[in-house]
Design a protein around this ligand. Structure first.
Ligand code: NAD
Length: 440
């Protein structure tokens, strides 16, 4: 089927390329001309394992085409996937401006062309419960636009695994009041039905599934982080606690790792948006608000561990080695990265921060350009040497586990702060390294 994708960010580009892989003909459009230029030159604006190869394959085969002109993108098909950003405003409310811009463009196009063709608008962006209905009552009024079929189809891919997740999705959620919309999406996704369960709902439930899922995973993270503070106090080991808890299939071990808390472009904004939606509906959101508060406090809790270990006077002359700024491994995304926040907190009180980041280096250099005591290592693997006094680990890259434990001895103070609890405390101890993790 011929499909136009609006928005070529993490979700739009992956969706477009993966839909091409299952046989659809894709048109990609973005308002960001720099991204369009890059895509036309066979490059992609983001890092995502496997994406570039698939993109080039389908560009060459003309299964993927890039439209810089929005009119051409609208003309190209009558199935529109909206994958634009829904970033957070200062009050937590999601900014629906980009979604409304695309929706109004579609409406104008249909009006101008007096088009009566069947049009399908697929809302893939994460949108607050009630948004699909609101678009239907305010923009695509049902009695005027009888041939426009609208629905929510939230995306669950994880950055760093996006192509795999899209191609092997556990569930595809389709929320619409239009039977024709549901049938069309079922056809689009039919090659996936062996692996993926298609879950059909009304639009509001579909929108809530996305927020509920992200908020639930964020809750698991904040929950174990809260327990980790008690574990620190009573002398337990939070890793063993989490393992023991996770052995219960009802609980599960995923998202149950204590650490610096969640970051990224989804959990922080989606939990805020959910809290905002609760308050808009005059319902107190006790759990969600606590999850947000615990997460915000977690990096301060960790920062205070550094202040407990070194006096401010001592820190002034210290050179810090900092491993990892991406909000999680295998992505170049640093939006709401806890590592970046920590560097902003620490750099003013130490002599120098030297960062090693394997994937999100370019974005991190831009984000931290105002800090004049911050440097980046140029090596492919982290170099630990006597130029550094102590070390902080903030992203759980598997490559950090391959660092020989005796290398940490080269740190002048022989102190390692592990913000993700991934290093082996006992092995470090055996090598004379002081290990400071979270909850152990
Ligand atoms: P992104 O910021 O990476 O990309 C959004 C793109 O939309 C940008 O390239 C922007 O230029 C483009 N855009 C804005 N207005 C446009 C317009 N009028 N026409 C065409 N393009 C336009 O965002 P993202 O991370 O891909 O997220 C998109 C949506 O998907 C958000 O609602 C997000 O919450 C949701 N989501 C994201 C992820 C993720 O892991 N990133 C996962 C699931 C869901």
């Amino acid at each position: 089927m011929r499909i136009t994708i609006f928005g070529t960010g993490y979700v739009g580009l992956v969706t477009g390329v993966c839909l091409a892989e299952i046989g659809h003909s894709i048109h990609l459009h973005d308002i960001d001309q720099a991204k369009i230029k890059l895509l036309k030159s066979k490059k992609i604006p983001i890092y995502e394992p496997g994406l570039l190869k698939l993109f080039k394959k389908h560009l060459k085969a003309k299964n993927v085409q890039i439209d810089s002109d929005p009119y051409k993108a609208l003309q190209a098909s009558s199935i529109y996937f909206i994958c634009v950003g829904t970033p957070q405003l200062s009050n937590g409310k999601p900014n629906l401006k980009y979604l409304l811009d695309v929706s109004n463009n579609i409406k104008d196009y249909i009006d101008q062309n007096r088009s009566n063709r069947k049009t399908f608008i697929v809302l893939k962006s994460t949108i607050p419960p009630g948004t699909t209905k609101e678009l239907q009552t305010k923009i695509f009024k049902e009695d005027t636009y009888k041939n426009i079929h609208l629905g929510s189809n939230p995306e669950f891919l994880r950055e760093g695994n996006a192509v795999y997740d899209f191609m092997n999705s556990e569930r595809i959620v389709i929320g619409s009041d239009s039977a024709e919309f549901i049938r069309t999406l079922q056809r689009i996704y039919s090659p996936f039905t062996k692996k993926s369960k298609i879950h059909v709902t009304d639009p509001q439930s579909s929108e809530l599934i996305k927020y509920g899922s992200n908020a639930f995973l964020a809750t698991k993270i904040s929950f174990i982080n809260e327990i980790s503070k008690l574990s620190d106090k009573v002398g337990g080991n939070i890793d063993l606690v989490a393992q023991g808890m996770g052995m219960d299939a009802r609980i599960g071990s995923e998202f149950l790792n204590a650490g610096l808390g969640y970051g990224g472009s989804c959990f922080p904004k989606d939990t805020q948006a959910l809290a905002y939606t609760f308050s808009k509906n005059k319902i107190p959101s006790k759990i969600i608000q606590s999850v947000i508060d615990i997460n915000n406090e977690q990096k301060i809790y960790f920062f205070n561990k550094i202040l407990d270990r070194f006096s401010k006077k001592e820190l002034k002359s210290k050179s810090l080695l900092f491993l990892g700024t991406a909000f999680k491994p295998h992505t170049d995304d640093i939006r709401e990265s806890v590592g970046i926040s920590l560097i902003n907190m620490i750099s003013p009180i130490v002599k120098r921060v030297t960062i090693f980041e394997p994937i999100a280096k370019e974005n991190s250099i831009n984000a931290l350009s105002k800090l004049n005591n911050v440097r980046f290592q140029k090596t492919r693997t982290p170099s630990i040497n006597k130029n550094y006094d102590f070390m902080i680990l903030a992203t759980e890259y598997p490559m950090f586990l391959k660092i020989p434990y005796q290398n940490f001895k080269k740190l002048k103070d022989k102190v390692v702060f592990d913000g993700r609890n991934i290093l082996n405390k006992d092995k470090l101890k055996k090598n004379g390294i002081e290990y400071i993790g979270i909850g152990k």
